[in-house]
Design a protein around this ligand. Structure first.
Ligand code: ATP
Length: 242
């Protein structure tokens, strides 16, 4: 088995307070601009995580614990302040519905836009186009501008494109929740299929039932630190006991 994701000593800090009074700013200037005016906090604090190829990992934790931030570092849309994130192979998935979509373009054009952002060539997208549209069940709305899509329709098209990119690592953040039940079932079946084909899966969710069905390993975050790493049932028990 080979390593799929390797995260070492990952730190990410965000600004806690963006605004300050004129008095504070003046004092800061008078004192020779010493110190940092904007207070920061650690969204991720010394995170170490190794995921083997083919593993199914649930990132769990309460609101604001750093799950989505960690997922964004794995996808590469966010860069660490310190430490390293290494991934092997192509990463795709659903992190934010609508990301990589242009509202003024049709669903059809967005398939090409999103597919190319995810690393597909125009030829590959053309070859997969019918299958993408069929999976999304968008039907005749494929030529409608996506700003008129419902959130579920966005999800359908985004998920359909993502699974057709032949990813090695598939990331999913909560958003499956906006899909209706039949589509969620279809997505879960597709996710299992990807995993059976040896793909790595990382899921962020508060839906314990769903993650128990798809993931074997559970990693619990608390204030940006990993506090539990074990089987998904151990991780859920840990969270329920808090
Ligand atoms: N771009 C950003 N700028 C500033 N703060 C941010 C940014 N992104 C996230 N944060 C903060 O980092 C912390 C962790 O956020 P994150 O979205 O990773 O949490 P989460 O565990 O996914 O939460 P939830 O379960 O509510 O989705 C939160 O306090 C959040 O406000």
């Amino acid at each position: 088995m080979s390593v799929s994701i390797e995260i070492r000593k990952l730190d990410k800090r965000f600004v806690l307070r963006h605004t300050r009074s004129i008095k504070e700013a003046a004092l800061w200037l008078v004192k020779g601009r010493k110190g940092d005016l904007s207070r920061k906090f650690a969204a991720l604090d010394d995170v170490n995580l190794t995921v083997q190829q083919g593993e199914t990992v649930a990132l769990l934790g309460f609101n604001g614990s750093g799950k989505s931030t960690l997922l964004k570092h794995i996808s590469g849309v966010m860069l660490p302040d310190a430490g390293s994130v290494r991934v092997r192979g192509r990463v795709a998935g659903l992190i934010e519905v609508g990301a990589g979509f242009h509202p003024d373009l049709s669903g059809r054009d967005n398939v090409f836009l999103n597919g190319s952002i995810l690393g597909m060539t125009e030829k590959q997208i053309r070859q997969q186009f019918d299958s993408i549209v069929e999976f999304s069940e968008i039907g005749e709305f494929i030529d409608t501008e996506v700003r008129f899509y419902s959130s579920g329709m966005y999800l359908r098209l985004a998920f359909a494109v993502a699974v057709h990119t032949d990813p090695d690592i598939f990331l999913i953040d909560e958003i499956l929740a906006v899909g209706d039940e039949p589509f969620q079932k279809k997505c879960l079946a597709k996710i299992r299929e990807l995993n059976a084909a040896g793909k790595t899966l990382v899921v962020v969710s508060h839906d314990f039932d769903m993650v128990s069905k798809v993931c074997e390993r559970g990693v619990v975050l608390e204030h940006g630190r990993i506090v539990k790493d074990g089987s998904v049932s151990e991780a859920i028990t840990h969270l329920r006991a808090v």
